[in-house]
Design a binder for this molecule. Structure first.
Ligand code: ADP
Ligand code: ASP
Ligand code: MG
Length: 403
């Protein structure tokens, strides 16, 4: 079998016919080398949002399985249109939907996890065609229902396909020329990073840098697939996401990320006794709600305040669960705030440098930005702040650490 190249193109890369022609130019390169190509496509820019809005016209809480059936159609449109065009250009290709491979997932509609990909089937299809145009974002569960992999999930489809085929590399084509030190669309000083470790990229993605979906980086790390993030619209090399190497160690902070999809919940005056946290967070976890930061204040007169964050979409469900626990945990008030966001500095070099936190706090103080919550890991520091200061905080932290 010839070499197989996996390329993924995001929504802006397939937003119209002209952009699709650029995609085709990128596909022609490995074809000219005699390679076979798997092209994973996202929905055309704006299409997934349009479909979500359409469902919301019917219901605030649409049936999750039907929702996946609906939103997955965006990718079906792109792969069919692109394949028509490529065939007219003389390329032997076909479109393939997630369930046709199949890309098997669990049944967590809206955020399904890939469990298995039939690589044999893909290889068989590649014996017939030179290019397979695979719909990103989609999977199918054990009972044959369509699932989707969460926003930005086409990245994960592509890396998972590359891993299943034991490809050494997966190319992720997007609207920026690589992974930058921070979002180049909000900070003009952002610089392209040539190489970044899986762990740093994982932190960047987890902290909100949506250039790669978190799970795609987890897959890449687990199966040791190098990911090349680059622009659809230029030939310049982008960013290699790979295993950590010695050159990377030298940098203290490699990036700044932000996440506006944050909401804060505070339980005021919770009775401070063993098991209270377990009573609060167990039902939340059972409802598959991800809690990010958690802070518990020291106890005063046998009572304490507990504050934590969830995504904005999960706020209403979280509040409902906690209201249901009032009898059991006896808090005095329940507060929440959707106008918060999280800014983070990330770098493997932080392991060996002290003073990163103090420097970040001084930078925020100089801009008069109040810090609501703080969390740290070995290679990351995050601050929750008022939403309206997000861009300012990102620029300030970038200026302080990256220059
Ligand atoms: P696609 O549709 O190609 O998947 P996305 O919109 O999902 O593209 O991701 C690319 C976007 O990610 C960029 O346009 C940029 O605004 C944003 N982004 C956020 N943080 C970063 C970063 N550190 N480096 C590059 N892009 C970033
Ligand atoms: N179309 C999906 C989304 O908008 C998946 C993707 O673009 O990766 O989230
Ligand atoms: Mg994306």
């Amino acid at each position: 079998m010839k070499n197989i190249v996996v390329q993924k193109f995001g929504g802006t890369s397939v937003r119209n016919l002209e952009c699709m022609r650029q995609v085709l130019n990128n596909v022609r390169r490995p074809l000219a080398n005699g390679d076979k190509v798997i092209v994973v496509l996202s929905a055309m820019a704006g299409e997934t949002n349009r479909l979500i809005a359409l469902a919301r016209q019917w219901s605030d809480h649409p049936d999750p399985a039907e929702m996946d059936s609906l939103v997955s159609t965006g990718e079906q449109i792109s792969v069919a249109l692109f394949s028509m065009m490529a065939k007219d250009e003389g390329i032997k290709c076909r479109s393939v939907l997630g369930f046709q491979i199949p890309i098997e997932t669990d049944n967590s509609y809206g955020k399904a996890r890939i469990e298995d990909i039939d690589s044999e089937k893909l290889l068989k299809m590649l014996e017939i065609d030179d290019v397979l145009v695979v719909a990103g974002f989609q999977g199918v569960d054990a009972i044959g229902r369509i699932t989707t992999l969460g926003r930005g999930g086409s990245d994960t489809s592509a890396v998972a396909v590359a891993a299943a085929l034991k490809a050494e590399m997966c190319e992720i084509y997007t609207d920026v020329p690589g992974v930058f030190t921070t979002d180049p669309n909000i900070c003009a000083e952002a610089r392209k990073i040539d190489r970044i470790s899986y762990d740093e990229m994982l932190e960047m993605a987890s902290m909100g840098a949506k250039v790669l979906q978190i799970r795609s980086v987890e897959f890449a790390k687990k199966y040791n697939v190098a990911v090349h993030v680059r622009s659809t619209f230029s030939d310049e090399p982008g960013t290699m996401v790979t295993q950590e190497d010695t050159v990377m160690e030298a940098v203290q902070v490699s990036g700044v990320a932000y996440d506006k999809d944050q909401a804060q919940v505070t339980l005021v005056g919770v009775i401070d006794e063993p098991g209270v946290c377990a009573s609060i967070f167990t039902p939340i976890a059972e409802n598959k709600i991800l809690v990010d930061m958690i802070v518990q204040n020291p106890s005063k007169d046998g009572r304490t305040d507990i504050t934590f964050t969830v995504t904005r979409a999960d706020l209403d469900a979280t509040l409902k669960l906690i209201e249901g626990l009032k009898g059991e945990i006896g808090y005095q008030a329940l507060l929440s705030d959707k106008n918060v966001s999280k800014v983070s500095v990330i770098g493997v070099g932080m392991r060996n440098h002290s003073g990163v936190a103090a420097k970040a706090f001084r930078a925020m103080r100089d801009e008069n930005i109040n810090i609501l919550m703080i969390s740290t890991s070995e290679i990351k520091l995050s601050c929750l702040i008022e939403d309206k200061y997000t861009e300012l905080a990102v620029r300030t932290l970038h200026q302080t650490f990256v220059g």
